[in-house]
Design a protein around this ligand. Sequence first.
Ligand code: SF4
Length: 65
Amino acid sequence: MRVEVDVPKCVGSGQCVMIAPDVFDQREEDGIVVLLNDRPPAELHADVEESAVVCPAAAIRVVEK
Ligand code: SF4
């Protein structure tokens, strides 16, 4: 799996960080997403997929399965 985030789209809501904290973090100053790992291990794939679905800004994309 390879993940991309569209940082300008992110509204800093933090759902992705709550669901997959090993993959996503938020900037201290404004809460905008920081991608920690663009190739997460298999055990995190379901959490990443869920993050992409619930992200209110549709800023998370799985570009390779
Ligand atoms: S869920 Fe989406 S909008 Fe919210 S912090 Fe993560 S990437 Fe940004």
